[in-house]
Design a protein around this ligand. Structure first.
Ligand SMILES: Cc1cc2nc3c(=O)[nH]c(=O)nc-3n(C[C@H](O)[C@H](O)[C@H](O)COP(=O)(O)OP(=O)(O)OC[C@H]3O[C@@H](n4cnc5c(N)ncnc54)[C@H](O)[C@@H]3O)c2cc1C
Length: 383
C-alpha cells in the first residue's frame, strides 16, 4: 500500500537532511562514537542547515514549523544512516526542551533562550530521573527552596541526555514537600551557575556518542525568573508534553525498524549459502514477510498519531500505545535482521550491528513499556 503522509515539501526537505547527514555527520560519526560524545560542531552545522529548532517561532529566530512530519523526515533519514546517537540528542532538543520553552516560557524567557536553541548554539536538557527514581517520579528528592528572589536547588540527576553539552537544563524539583504531586515545579538551571556540576559521562550499552551524564546541584541559586510554567504544576506540565515525547520515540522506532528491514532485504539477496541467495530460502522470505507486515501495520498507527499531533489531538493513551508497540517491534525486527546477516550482523561496521545496540534503550526511556501499559490499562479501567 502506498503511504500518503508526506507531501512535496517534506520530500524536498528530505533531500536537505540527506545532504546534511552525508556532509556533516556521517564522515565524523565513528570518531564521535569512539569519543562517546557528538561534537558541538554538529549542532552548529545542524543550525545552519535548518535541521535543529524547527518548531521555534520565527519571531524568536526559528523556522516556526509546527508540522511534525518534518521531524518524521529527520528521524527516517537518521535511521537510514544509522546515526542515532546524533538523532537522540537532537530529538531531546526539538521534541522536548524547545516545546517546554515555547509552551511554558514567558516572553522574556523565550527571548533569552529560543534564538540560541534555534541555531544549535544553546543546547537543552530535561532532568527528571534521579539515581533512586525513574518511573515513579513522585519519588524525586531534588528540592528547590525559595529564598527571596531566588530558588536554592539541591539534588542529583542521572541518565540525562545532552547532560555534558547542555547550556540550559529544565530541572524537576520538589518545591513544596507537603503538597504531594502538586509540590513539584520546573526550574531552568543555566551553564556556569555556581554549585551546578556535571558528573560522569555515562558508558552505555549502545548510543555510544549520545551525550548522557549525571548532574549535581549543590546550593544552586536560580533566579525566580527561571521558574518555567506555574509553581506547583510541574507534573501537569510534564504530562502535557509527554505525548509528543513518546510519539517522537515511536517515530524513531518505526524509522529504525524500516531501515533495518531494508538493509536486510538487500543483504539477503546478495549473500549466498549452499549455492543460492539466502533470500531464496523460505525461512528468510517468511521472516521478511512477517517483518514488513508488522512494520506497515505499525506505521499506519504512527502516521495517524503524527497527524493527530499536528491537529493538537494526540492523546496520552494513543501516544503510549504507539511508544510501547513500535519500540518493542523495533527490538524484535532489529534482532531478527542481525540473525539474517549472520556474523556480519554482529559487526559494528555494519549499520545493523549499530542499530542492534542502539535499539535496546527504546523500550526503557521516555517511560518503559510497562508504564505505557499502565497508562493504557488505567484508561481502560476508567471507562
Ligand atoms: C540513554 C538514556 C537516556 C535518558 N535520558 C533521560 C533524560 O534526558 N532525562 C531524564 O529525566 N531521564 C532520562 N533517562 C531516564 C529514563 O527515562 C529512565 O531510565 C526510565 O524512565 C526508567 O526509570 P528507571 O531507570 O529508574 O527504572 P525503574 O523505574 O526503576 O524501573 C525498573 C523496572 O521496573 C518496572 N516498573 C516500574 N514501575 C512499574 C509499575 N508501576 N508497573 C510495572 N513495572 C514497573 C519498569 O518498567 C522497569 O522494567 C534516560 C535513560 C537512558 C538509559
Amino acid at each position: 500500500m502506498q503511504r500518503n503522509i508526506f507531501e512535496q515539501d517534506h520530500e524536498a526537505y528530505r533531500e536537505t537532511v540527506r545532504e546534511f547527514l552525508a556532509r556533516e555527520i556521517e564522515p565524523n560519526y565513528e570518531q564521535w562514537e569512539s569519543d562517546r560524545l557528538i561534537d558541538r560542531s554538529a549542532w552548529l552545522a545542524a543550525g545552519k542547515s535548518g535541521i535543529v529548532g524547527l518548531s521555534v517561532p520565527e519571531e524568536f529566530g526559528g523556522s516556526g514549523v509546527a508540522d511534525y512530519r518534518f521531524r518524521y523526515v529527520v528521524a527516517e533519514e537518521i535511521a537510514r544512516t544509522a546515526t542515532t546517537s546524533f538523532g537522540s540528542g537532537l530529538s531531546l532538543q526539538d521534541d522536548i526542551a524547545i516545546p517546554y520553552i515555547v509552551n511554558l516560557g514567558t516572553d522574556e524567557q523565550k527571548q533569552r533562550w529560543l534564538p540560541g536553541m534555534a541555531v544549535g548554539e544553546l543546547i537543552g536538557a530535561i532532568a527528571m530521573t534521579e539515581p533512586g527514581t525513574g518511573s515513579d517520579l513522585q519519588g524525586i528528592k531534588t528540592t528547590a527552596v525559595r529564598d527571596g528572589d531566588e530558588w536554592v536547588i539541591n539534588g542529583q540527576k542521572t541518565f540525562i541526555t545532552n547532560g555534558i553539552h547542555s547550556d540550559i537544563v529544565i530541572v524537576v524539583a520538589r518545591t513544596d514537600p507537603n503538597a504531594g504531586s502538586k509540590g513539584f515545579s520546573l526550574l531552568v538551571v543555566e551553564r556556569g551557575m555556581p554549585g551546578f556540576s556535571r558528573g560522569r559521562k555515562l558508558h552505555k550499552v549502545g548510543l555510544a556518542g549520545q551525550d548522557t551524564a549525571e548532574l549535581v546541584f549543590e546550593d544552586v541559586r536560580v533566579p525566580a525568573t527561571n521558574l518555567l510554567g506555574t509553581e506547583g504544576r510541574g507534573f501537569v506540565h510534564l504530562m502535557e508534553n509527554l505525548p509528543l515525547e513518546r510519539i517522537s520515540i515511536a517515530v524513531n522506532a518505526i524509522a529504525v525498524a524500516k531501515a533495518a528491514y531494508r538493509w536486510t532485504r538487500d543483504y539477503v539477496f546478495e549473500r549466498k549459502a549452499f549455492g543460492k541467495p539466502i533470500g531464496d530460502l523460505q525461512n528468510t522470505r517468511f521472516a521478511l514477510a512477517e517483518m514488513l507486515t508488522e512494520i506497515e501495520v505499525t506505521e499506519s498507527h504512527i502516521d495517524r498519531c503524527v497527524l493527530a499531533l499536528n491537529a493538537d489531538e494526540l492523546t496520552a493513551v494513543d501516544a503510549s500505545k504507539g511508544k510501547w508497540w513500535a519500540s518493542e517491534l523495533q527490538k524484535r525486527v532489529v534482532d531478527r535482521c542481525v540473525q539474517l546477516h549472520g556474523g556480519y550482523g554482529y559487526m559494528m561496521e555494519y549499520p545493523i550491528g549499530r542499530a542492534y545496540v542502539d535499539s535496546r534503550i527504546q523500550t526503557i526511556y521516555g517511560g518503559t513499556t510497562e508504564i505505557m501499559k499502565e497508562i493504557i490499562g488505567r484508561d481502560i479501567a476508567s471507562q
